[in-house]
Design a protein around this ligand. Structure first.
Ligand code: NAD
Length: 483
């Protein structure tokens, strides 16, 4: 059952993802989708919408139309309790027709203020099957705008669904290379043995976008980079990097370790928040509008379009090793990467003052998440010139473009996971709660301080303060623009 079936997310992401699952045989005969929204359309019109959204996905018209024949439409206002009877009748009818065994997925692809009410009505209006089939609820982001609102939403959801029935989407968790973090860490002795504060100097996570707010200004201005990117995607990536090895590679074990890691993240007081987090807002240059001139953005907006920060874990593995994070709009390029900077050898035996040798570099493991998928490892080696000089060499593995293209997109993976009942790549409530508690402290401090905006130019890597954040610790970002 898909709530918000005529919306942007459904047509741009969900139908294409479901088609891929159909093509690969992951869903076939035994599936039916009831699309709902307030639109007054019939099954035929709805199937046209679905097929239109797939025009670029496949040239196999027959297959697309077979796929679309599994879609049904019920006109439905989620706030009107009496409308749920139609949905119930339709789901029972389709359950029989497609032999679904009472297995139901409720996907809420609507504005977040509807999440709670839909969950409640599904329960009170008896839409949940009770014949042994599964009932799973899929919730889009954002999950609250601070800890209190997230808790209230979670209370509403958990009045109707158990935690293991709730799948909170964070589409970053559906990305190939995010899932690969666990493979790299726990599949390789050479990394996991060194994965701690004795050998790692710092870890850097960068989620850079080169576009501005585009048509999302209304939403974005109420949110800002801290809520939009840090609380969810970045905290999820950080927890995968910081967690202990799970007992087994399964959702309950992985979640347990992520939560443990997040609980040892130091929640900052006012002074720490002011020093360890910096924010930015893009200015204009040439034809590129400054943020405050974008359509739908108030001229005096203090919303941040850039965040950089230092995170500290108070636990045995990470004490003293900072995690630096940054994200922003209108930056130099669009990419996501993780740089793990190892400590330099304690003694550099190659450094003779008279030899003019170059000092050893730190080993850096870079995990390229997007658009390139792969990783590289920077090691020191002797160069082939006369005398003895070391130089950094890069061992690199990048997926070729064909494989990258064939890699399942996040929504395909995540919907498949929901159908399998695998919660590994979804955010659990304790993770979301810890992330909000951390982020709320930063927000509280920022809300009472007046920022000096705009403070970075489009095409840069953010404000100077983001570089100063690391310079203070005698460090620098591994990825930087060539000056
Ligand atoms: P949208 O506004 O395009 O679609 C909302 C849908 O809800 C429409 O089908 C609309 O008809 C329906 N609707 C609205 N009020 C209704 C009511 N009272 N009863 C029944 N149906 C009603 O929104 P969207 O962009 O598709 O976003 C959906 C969700 O996904 C949101 O939570 C959003 O934050 C999240 N999300 C969207 C994107 C994206 O790229 N669009 C990305 C990430 C997260």
């Amino acid at each position: 059952m898909l709530f918000g079936a005529t919306g942007d997310l459904a047509t741009r992401k969900l139908y294409p993802a479901m088609l891929k699952l159909y093509e690969k045989g992951n869903i076939r005969e035994h599936f039916a989708v009831i699309g709902t929204s307030r639109h007054k359309i019939d099954d035929e019109k709805y199937r046209e919408i679905v097929e239109k959204s797939l025009a670029k996905e496949s040239s196999n018209k027959k297959m697309v139309s077979e796929f679309a024949s599994h879609f049904y439409f019920v006109t439905h206002d989620v706030t009107n309790v009496s409308h749920y009877a139609n949905l119930k009748a339709k789901s029972e009818e389709l359950d029989k027709k497609y032999s679904l065994g009472g297995n139901r997925v409720f996907y809420i692809s609507m504005a977040p203020n509807f999440f709670g009410i839909v969950a409640k009505n599904l329960k009170t209006q008896h839409l949940l099957s009770d014949n042994g089939g599964f009932n799973r609820l899929v919730i889009e982001k954002p999950f609250g705008r601070d800890f209190d609102s997230a808790k209230q939403l979670n209370d509403e959801l958990s009045a109707a669904f158990e935690e293991n029935q709730i799948f909170r989407i964070d589409h970053y968790l559906g990305k190939e290379m995010i899932q690969n973090i666990e493979a790299i860490r726990f599949g390789n002795t050479i990394f996991e043995a060194l994965w701690n504060n004795r050998y790692i100097d710092n870890i850097q996570v960068t989620l850079a976008e080169n576009l501005g707010v585009e048509e999302r200004a209304g939403y974005y201005d109420n949110s800002g980079a801290l809520r939009d990117m840090v609380q969810n995607h970045i905290m999820q990536i950080v927890s995968l990097l910081a967690m202990e090895q799970p007992v087994a590679f399964k959702d309950t074990d992985i979640r347990q370790e992520k939560v443990k890691a997040l609980r040892s993240l130091r929640v900052y007081n006012v002074a720490e928040a002011s020093t360890n987090f910096v924010r930015g807002q893009y200015g204009g240059v040439g034809n590129s509008k400054e943020y405050r001139q974008e359509d739908g953005v108030p001229k005096d907006s203090n919303t941040e379009t850039f965040v950089a920060g230092k995170l500290l874990f108070d636990n045995y593995r990470w004490s003293g090793t900072p995690f630096y994070i940054r994200t922003g709009k209108k930056l130099a390029d669009k990419f996501t990467r993780v740089d793990v900077v190892f400590k330099k050898p304690l003694v550099d035996i190659f450094s003779f003052p008279q030899s003019g040798s170059t000092p050893l570099n730190a080993n850096v493991l870079t995990i390229f998440i997007e658009p390139n998928q792969g990783f590289s490892l920077m090691v020191n080696a002797k160069n082939s010139e006369q005398g003895f000089h070391t130089e950094p060499v890069n061992l690199q593995f990048l997926e070729d473009s064909k494989r990258t293209k064939e890699t399942p997109q996040p929504y395909e993976r995540l919907i498949h996971d929901v159908l399998k009942g695998d919660g590994t790549n979804f955010a659990s409530w304790p993770e979301v709660a810890s992330a909000w508690k951390f982020v709320d402290q930063i927000r509280r401090v920022w809300d009472i301080q007046q920022p000096m905006f705009p403070n970075y130019i489009p095409g840069s890597m953010g404000p100077v303060s983001a570089d100063e954040l690391l310079a203070r610790d005698h460090r620098e970002w591994v990825y930087k623009l060539n000056k």
